[in-house]
Design a binder for this molecule. Structure first.
Ligand SMILES: CC(C)(COP(=O)(O)OP(=O)(O)OC[C@H]1O[C@@H](n2cnc3c(N)ncnc32)[C@H](O)[C@@H]1OP(=O)(O)O)[C@@H](O)C(=O)NCCC(=O)NCCS
Length: 166
């Protein structure tokens, strides 16, 4: 497989981004959403991230968008303004091929260059070894665990908190 090409997302990418995210919302506990947001909502989220001067990136492989990552404010109150939270989602057909690595690496550099100082990952599920491993590899430290804060697919899910200084 060719090396993924990582670039800023545009509004035209949002249909593919919406499809990738919808899969994970419906099939996994990485996201605590239960109903997949529609295209208009994903376009609104892109605009919000861009307006806040944060990065929203896509990874293209074999000529199509196969994953995306973005950072948004960790919390919106003013004193949190240098702290962002990352999200990374990969097309299930392209897992374990380095797309997560390429996207998270680029996101960290981009958010740091924009003046953000801390990046927090709020990982859905203690059993989400892919996301935990990915963040460990990029220097995130495990800083907390919120047990049983999500209820999805008829069971409780933890949030694993990880953090990296940018
Ligand atoms: C987590 C996720 C983003 C990883 O993306 P990916 O492109 O498959 O990851 P990569 O191929 O770049 O691999 C990253 C590292 O994680 C490891 N990894 C990936 N999936 C794994 C899994 N299911 N179990 C254990 N380790 C896994 C890889 O081996 C690699 O580590 P290594 O360099 O030591 O080999 C992807 O599985 C995904 O979209 N998951 C569902 C959504 C989600 O939970 N997103 C995170 C929200 S914060």
């Amino acid at each position: 497989m060719t090396k993924p090409f990582v670039r800023p997302a545009t509004i035209d990418d949002m249909a593919q981004v919406q499809a990738i995210y919808a899969h994970h919302v419906m099939n996994g506990s990485g996201s605590f959403e239960i109903e997949p947001p529609d295209l208009a909502e994903m376009q609104r989220r892109l605009a919000e991230v861009q307006k806040r001067n944060l990065p929203f990136l896509v990874a293209e492989t074999e000529g199509r968008v196969a994953g995306y990552a973005y950072a948004n404010l960790y919390r919106t109150r003013e004193a949190y303004r240098f702290t962002c939270e990352d999200s990374v989602y990969i097309d299930p057909a392209c897992h374990k091929r380095g797309l997560g690595h390429a996207l998270l690496e680029a996101l960290i550099v981009d958010a740091g260059a924009r003046g953000f100082k801390q990046m927090v990952a709020v990982i859905g599920g203690s059993d989400n070894s892919g996301s935990i491993r990915l963040h460990e590899k990029h220097g995130f430290a495990r800083v907390g665990l919120l047990p049983k804060v999500g209820f999805k697919f008829d069971r409780w899910h933890d949030s694993v908190l990880m953090q990296k200084s940018l």
